[in-house]
Design a protein around this ligand. Structure first.
Ligand code: ADP
Ligand code: MG
Length: 255
């Protein structure tokens, strides 16, 4: 059984993710140092910072792909611990989109989207198929449903990856540099979908250096450096007047 925590401050329902005092080490290297972050329902957070600052590690801890060493992570009211019976109960509420699209190459586009809803949510083939086509339509790729990932462009594959995650009807979507591996002309088609998703009210944590996207949709920009959250602000404040030198240096490099 999944452990249900008491309805204390960190696990109250409007907080989809609560990260409290989280530490993560790889051997003697501290990748995350006392991370505190709460994501409310419907909130959009852009996570940025230099390469190696711990952004992916944090995202991966929230999805329990990595296990944190200390502190607490509560996702949708359930604390992630080693004692958890079935991490899939939590993970299926969390959609994840990676830099590399990670589609199953031997499955068609629509089958990629049907697999988890059938296996994990128990949908019938027909139900999964209908849902898959609905979300493929949403990312404007339904006309490619019977092709295989290798036949699609990078931008198209990433849109499929988003549709595939949405087919699980997650409570939150985590994006880890979803446009970094794309040719420049394909970045916009993926960002456009992410903007629409944000408008639909999805709760999102996006690691991205697309500052136009951050300005447009982020409620909060969280800036990390060397395993710590150094600065948090609304995008307007963050871009206009970052309060730390490290954030100023970072912005100077990417803008
Ligand atoms: P970012 O996504 O911000 O570029 P990462 O979270 O990927 O940074 O990595 C943060 C730090 O942790 C880096 O120094 C990286 O080398 C280290 N790291 C990440 N994953 C591992 C791992 N599995 N083993 C050892 N070190 C790792
Ligand atoms: Mg990363």
């Amino acid at each position: 059984m999944v452990q249900q925590t008491a309805m204390d401050e960190t696990s109250r329902p409007q907080s989809i993710v609560a990260v409290e005092g989280v530490m993560k080490r790889f051997g003697r290297f501290t990748a995350l140092n006392d991370i505190n972050l709460s994501v409310r329902a419907g909130e959009k957070i852009v996570l940025c910072g230099p390469s190696g600052s711990g952004k992916s590690t944090l995202i991966r801890c929230i999805n329990h792909i990595e296990k944190h060493d200390a502190g607490r992570i509560v996702v949708d009211g359930v604390e992630l611990t080693d004692r958890m019976g079935d991490i899939n109960n939590v993970r299926r509420e969390v959609g994840m989109v990676f830099q590399s699209f990670n589609l199953f190459p031997h499955l068609s586009i629509v089958e990629n989207c049907m697999l988890a809803p059938m296996k994990v949510r128990g949908l019938s083939r027909a139900e999964a198929h209908e849902r898959a086509l609905g979300f493929l339509r949403k990312v404007r790729i339904h006309d490619q449903a019977n092709k295989y990932p290798g036949q699609l462009s990078g931008g198209q594959q990433q849109r499929v990856a988003i549709a595939r995650a949405l087919c699980m009807q997650p409570k939150i979507m985590l994006f880890d540099e979803p446009t970094s591996a794309l040719d420049p002309e394909m970045v916009k088609e993926v960002l456009d979908i992410m903007v629409e998703l944000a408008r639909d009210g999805m709760t999102m944590v996006c690691v991205t250096h697309e500052m136009g996207f951050a300005r447009e949709v982020a409620d909060r920009v969280v800036f990390m450096d060397r395993g710590a959250i150094v600065e948090e602000a609304d995008p307007e404040t963050f871009f206009r007047a970052p309060s730390t030198e490290r954030a100023r240096d970072f912005l100077g490099q990417i803008i």
